[in-house]
Design a protein around this ligand. Sequence first.
Ligand code: GLC
Length: 552
Amino acid sequence: MQDFKKSVVYQIYPKSFLDTNGDGLGELRGVTQKLDYLKELGVDYIWLTPFFVSPQNDNGYDVADYRTIDPRYGTMEDFEELAQQANRRGIRLMLDMVFNHTSTEHIWFQKALAGDPVYQDYYIFRPARPDGSAPTNWQSKFGGSAWEYAPQVGKYYLHLFDKTQADLNWENPAVRREVQQIVRFWMDKGVKGFRFDVVNLISKGEYADDDQGDGRRFYTDGPRIHEFLQELNRESFGQDPEIVTVGEMSSTSMENCFRYAGADCGELSMVFSFHHLKVDFMGNEKWVIVPADFGRLKELLFSWQEGMAAHNAWNAVFWCNHDQPRVVSRFGDEGEYWKKSAKMLAGVIHGLRGTPYVYQGEELGMTNAGFTRLEQYRDVESLNHFQILRDKGLSEESVYNILKIHSRDNSRTPMQWTAGENGGFTTGTPWINVNPNTSRINAASQVEDPDSIFAYYKALIRLRKEYDVFAYGDFAPVDQKHPSVLAYRREYKGQSLLCVNNFYRAGCRWHCPMLLEGYRVLLSNYSDSTPAADWELRPYESVLLIRETDDS
Ligand code: GLC
């Protein structure tokens, strides 16, 4: 059985991975073609973002049929072929289950609109207030009201995301049974991993006006959330001990995550939380330009590391996914120190206590999209916010500058396989522009190069298999208050791992508070890193050190 603590998950956004039929969209067959590349990297699981039938208003997170593959992505045979080929290489598939909401094109919602009371109870319909306005002042996460009026029903329905993503009513046991059946359907196909999209939003509490915010406090980690997850576990994936699950937890609290991902809680294997990725926001407001707060980043990463360890709960550890800008652009350097900073950021994540996730292209140091015109954007959240920010009076230029940093499209540009046209992603017209820096940043030039970012990720993944301390070690911050160094220590049965990183482009002096005797360099982004009590760390220098004693 694959131990998820020793595993690394690779996330694929199929639409942007590899197009094999020239229509400009990637598909499942593209993933199958690149399995040897993933095997070479050494990953254990592939998380595939949704490829189910969908109008694609939110790139597949608006599911219209959970059991059928959208023809744009291929067929069930393609899926089965992918699963089989992956299995042959010891790679497992993790499917993305979107159960907080369905597309409004889903048959359930269509029946609800047509007046069927059974299906109306699958969703959250509420009457208007006496003045005709929405039932509460809650805001959609993609901007605007979270309620949309359905004239056919004469009521509003709740949509925490796009108005074509209607929230399901988990209070209704029939909805919960439907969801369990869908999970079992994919289990029957041999799927051994599931990611549950924004799953901590499924239990809505009271429907009341929020005078302090956008409404999230009423439905985040809601009153019945643990009960719902335990039931789903019991009735579906929990019946197969080999299955690994991860829940995407939006604006969650650590206390709730102790339970979501606690070893004996009967809920999930692990959680994604996002607090460490809001250090360049203003509170919860992401559509602003503020420098990243490094002290805060460490505080959040480290407190989650310590807290989750103390409660025997498990984190997914990551910088990147399809909703986040590229990390090398965000916390590293796109210029002179591109390679060094990308490796440093990789070292920070892979040394932490948790299961590391690599998002497609991260292992190549892919950068933000660099879009400068609205026509280049595809993401519904970015397009909505363009308008919202313009309506607030910001100039076009300021809005472009914000999108350039925070848009989700930054990570959705196609995989850069080669230096050639469209980065080898498609022979047709890509659905979203390929980053022109594919001439410099691409897989073809990195796979064989022992000094590449790809080689560095490969080494980190291999080390996790070789040294138990990566998977099972405890966690302790080292010199947490230092203004530019991020350092921590892990210990497990006679193995001591020390991870030291200069997070900045300026060199710095670091007085290591620990004795370095007996430690040797396991991996570094400089060929001649020399640990010393009084250490001169070079730009973005990152070193993993190990000390092994025989009390193992
Ligand atoms: C999650 C997904 C994101 C999607 C949203 C609504 O946050 O990662 O891409 O837009 O849920 O389903």
